[in-house]
Ligand binder design. Structure first.
Ligand code: GMT
Length: 374
């Protein structure tokens, strides 16, 4: 098949999933065309059967807000015609599904057979889509998609309750990991990467308010007071300053490292003892899955789709949103008992492989594409 993929190319779970899906599909012989405003961050420079089409939003002084959505529609239209694409797969509803619908309308005279699939990732439904400025267009765009998928059962239900009957069945196709990449055994030296053998707690995100990064620092401050540890924070975003200030306020700033954006996180995750994700509205939690696959148990919030990914008491611990005491207690229980940690680490790696392996999930997308085109 010839597939166009549109996603947010910058740091973020939906872009990571879209890019890794495209790469896996190309390995299987499909031709993949990324249509985005920048080269997706996990896309290597060159791969056979993978092409990148940059969306250029011309600058005109009249436009205080350059119309990216329209430029994207035009690029989609152009790439479908030039490369005879079979379908457009949009990751994140707004504005990608809207732009794809416009492109599809424009293609009606020449390519009425083009199909549009949209994968809902989370905040496109839970935050942006429910903002009054975007609710109607989100509903319209997802109704117009030929196929819809959501990355968790939680998100499927959220979509139904926010938008009612979307006119098409929402299939749950979860995120996935490449077990060959997220493998603790592959990075044997990484355990000591942070120095002196103290336990390493880690978090990776775009530091948006939904991630509750101050809670991470609060949990860590309680843990390190009992069990001297390190906190490694990877990524960047608006609330990084919030986390930095909280670390200073709690007097743990010398034990917290902010590494900024790092593209290849597998060696980092393999060096961590625990992964923290206390977010209150995580539709899936790709970074938690990557941690589990790396044999790193996860302490998180019992919210959103995270309970579908982390098995409480088996591959990590889930606590109520904001309950930093309970999260710290769970972290100390796991870190303080090496047998328990090893048991959880093994369970995490094997559960991630059993339920979220790249091969199985990519096959499900392939079947969905074939079904849409039939
Ligand atoms: O985090 C966001 O604001 C958006 C989005 C993204 O682009 O990274 O994240 C969502 O998609 C990921 C990939 O499917 C999921 O793993 C994240 O849980 C989800 N984020 C939220 O629901 C907050």
């Amino acid at each position: 098949m010839k597939i166009g993929i549109t996603c947010y190319p910058t740091y973020g779970g939906s872009g990571a999933v879209a890019t890794e899906l495209g790469i896996a599909l190309a390995h299987r012989g499909h031709e993949i065309h990324f249509i985005t405003y920048r080269q997706p961050f996990r896309l290597p420079a060159f791969l056979p059967r993978v092409f990148f089409h940059e969306v250029d939003v011309g600058r005109y002084p009249l436009f205080e807000y350059p119309p990216y959505d329209l430029a994207l529609s035009v690029r989609m239209h152009e790439v479908v015609l030039a490369h005879r694409l079979d379908l457009l797969h949009c990751h994140y509803a707004i504005p990608h599904a809207t732009s794809a619908w416009i492109a599809k309308e424009m293609l009606e005279p020449t390519r009425p057979d083009i199909k549009v699939l949209t994968t809902l990732h989370g905040t496109d439904i839970t935050i942006v889509g429910q903002d009054p400025s975007f609710h109607a267009i989100t509903k319209f765009s997802i109704e117009k998609s030929d196929r819809l998928t959501a990355v968790s059962r939680f998100l499927q239900q959220e979509t139904i309750s926010a938008f009612g009957d979307t006119g098409s069945r929402i299939e749950v196709i979860p995120n996935f990991v490449d077990p060959a990449v997220y493998d603790r055994a592959r990075y044997p030296g990484s355990r000591g990467a942070f120095g002196d053998g103290r336990p390493v707690l880690m978090h990776i995100s775009n530091f948006r308010p939904v991630k509750r990064v101050a809670d991470i620092v609060r949990v860590f401050a309680r843990v390190t007071a009992e069990l001297p540890s390190l906190l490694v924070m990877v990524g960047d975003g608006p609330d990084r300053i919030v986390a930095e200030r909280e670390a200073a306020r709690l007097g743990v700033q010398d034990q917290v490292m902010f590494l900024g954006k790092i593209e290849s996180v597998a060696p980092l995750l393999a060096s961590a003892d625990l992964y923290l994700l206390p977010t209150d509205r995580e539709s899936f939690g790709l970074s938690a899955l990557e941690a589990l696959a790396s044999g790193t148990p996860v302490i998180g919030a019992r919210a959103g789709g995270l309970p579908e990914v982390v098995e409480d008491g088996v591959t990590g611990a889930l606590c109520e949103v904001g309950d930093v005491e309970a999260m710290a207690a769970a972290a100390m229980r796991i870190l303080g008992d090496r047998d328990l940690w090893h048991k959880m680490s093994r369970a995490a790696a094997s559960d991630a492989r059993a339920r979220y392996s790249l091969d199985d999930v990519v096959s499900r997308y392939e079947r969905l594409y074939a079904d849409a085109l039939r």
